[in-house]
Design a protein around this ligand. Structure first.
Ligand SMILES: [Zn+2]
Length: 465
């Protein structure tokens, strides 16, 4: 099995600085970069100057001191964005504006200098070597029209490694997308999970034959395992996933061929896993909220940024033999969970694993409401044409029997309401974030968003979501 190419990439970054093993060199490199970053933002950004006032974060700062610095959140980005900038506006090459359902209604704006974007291209170039060799073709089903958009940066990275990029953009016309795929023997596809699922499942007449696609890279915050399995089965290809969001600089981490967790962009990001309630570090290997600090960002560095994503660091070494860390499968976002009556929670990711496993499902929406004093879950599916009845039947039985959800019905914490179908639209157009819509009003308990607000968690909007 090929070792993750990110190891060589990182070796090049830390080389010349230190003695010791590569793992030790990485640790020392990261600590040095953390000190530099904290000193840099204190000097350049009014926001960080205020945030860290009175805190000793000098050159003697160790990880212990660092872990006591205050967090930053998506709300800070919305409310304090410009004060977080560390360069003049002239030096900003690209601004990404994310309209999400934040508590203030203001969009998040993330600023990048040319140097920041170059770091992303560099990461993409090395990360993609996991999947493709020179001469291969990669069809990019991510937004790529604009200069410095994610698809454009990826294309530039691929050209640099002598791979042929075809930037298609999000799938709006599935037949045209399939025709493009059939023009390139053994392509690698990069796309959004629900869109790739729909390409594989929909329209049997124009189906892509098994064995045609060489590999797929799914890029998003979290990927339902059910979608990965289905793509592997239908297309007979390797499916790997990439974890990232605009805040991480679009790229964040990518699986190696072992497909057992993300190798992180450790040259540019320092990652912590914290208890979302207490804010303290969890024990190594425990699940918590992913918090990262940028190590090389110039325009708008982020220090201890709370992503709202739930995951764990995997303790065991990766089968690929690298010394790099691994982040386990992201279990969804904290904002994509809802609290039910007796403190139990329902996760979008549990619904995803159950519902995407049903043949014929292309996408769905989930909604919670109160009916006759009880929480009720309503579902609206997009399916392959003619599959509606069997999807409704299988969805009911799957939800009632699935490990993660069966107790909720059995204990009458939740009722299953109507199942509807939405005929129009192509799944996952890349704008709406997938989460359970909570329509229960303020009648009782904390809704997800109020819970988030109360604990100053954020709900980061991910690229292409
Ligand atoms: Zn690995």
């Amino acid at each position: 099995m090929k070792k993750t190419p990110l190891e060589e990439w990182l070796r090049g970054k830390v080389a010349g600085n230190h003695d010791g093993t590569l793992a030790e060199q990485i640790d020392r490199y990261q600590l040095m970069k953390l000190r530099e970053t904290v000193a840099y933002v204190r000097e350049k950004s009014p926001f960080y100057c205020d945030l860290f006032s009175g805190i000793d974060s000098g050159s003697a700062m160790d990880l212990e001191n660092f872990s006591r610095l205050p967090f930053t959140t998506a709300d800070d980005l919305r409310e304090q964005g410009r004060r977080m900038l560390c360069t003049s506006q002239d030096e900003i090459e690209r601004v990404v504006t994310l309209h999400s359902s934040g508590t203030t209604g203001q969009p998040k704006r993330i600023f990048f200098t040319a140097e920041d974007l170059e770091a992303t291209v560099d990461f993409f170039a090395h990360g993609m070597a996991t999947l493709v060799d020179p001469g291969a073709t990669v069809i990019v089903f991510l937004p790529g029209e604009l200069r410095d958009s994610v698809g454009d940066l990826l294309a530039r990275a691929l050209v640099r490694t002598k791979v042929n990029p075809v930037v298609w953009g999000p799938v709006r016309d599935p037949a045209a997308a399939r025709a493009e795929i059939m023009k390139h023997p053994r392509p690698c596809l990069v796309g959004i999970p629900t869109q790739m699922l729909a390409l594989a499942r929909g329209d049997l007449e124009g189906a892509i034959p098994r064995g045609w696609v060489e590999s797929v890279l799914l890029s998003t915050d979290y990927v339902p395992e059910a979608i990965e399995r289905e793509l592997e089965q239908l297309w007979g290809c390797r499916v790997l996933t990439h974890y990232g969001m605009t805040e991480t600089g679009l790229g964040g981490g990518v699986e190696c061929q072992a497909a057992e967790g993300y190798h992180l962009r450790e040259a540019d990001l320092y990652t912590e896993i914290i208890d979302p309630g207490t804010g303290l570090a969890v024990a190594n290997g425990e699940e918590g909220e992913v918090v990262f600090t940028t190590l090389s960002r110039r325009g708008m560095p982020l220090v201890r940024y709370r992503t709202g994503d739930l995951a764990r660091l995997i303790k065991d070494p990766c089968p690929c033999g690298t010394v790099l860390k691994r982040l386990g499968r992201v279990q969804g976002r904290i904002a994509a969970e809802v609290s039910l009556k007796d403190g139990r929670r329902l996760r979008m990711s549990d619904l995803d694993e159950t519902l995407f496993a049903i043949p014929g499902v292309l996408d769905y929406m989930a909604e919670l409401e109160v009916r006759v004093g009880r929480d009720q879950l309503r579902l609206c599916f997009q399916t392959v044409e003619g599959e509606e009845a069997q999807v409704a039947r299988k969805a009911r039985s799957a939800l009632l029997s699935h490990d993660a959800t069966s107790a909720l019905w059995r204990d009458k914490v939740l009722a299953l309401g109507s199942i509807g179908f939405s005929p129009a639209g192509w799944p996952g157009t890349g704008v709406a974030k997938r989460q359970i819509l909570d329509r229960r009003g303020d009648s009782f308990t904390l809704t997800a968003s109020r819970h988030i607000h109360a604990s100053r968690l954020n709900e980061g909007k991910r690229i292409n979501r």
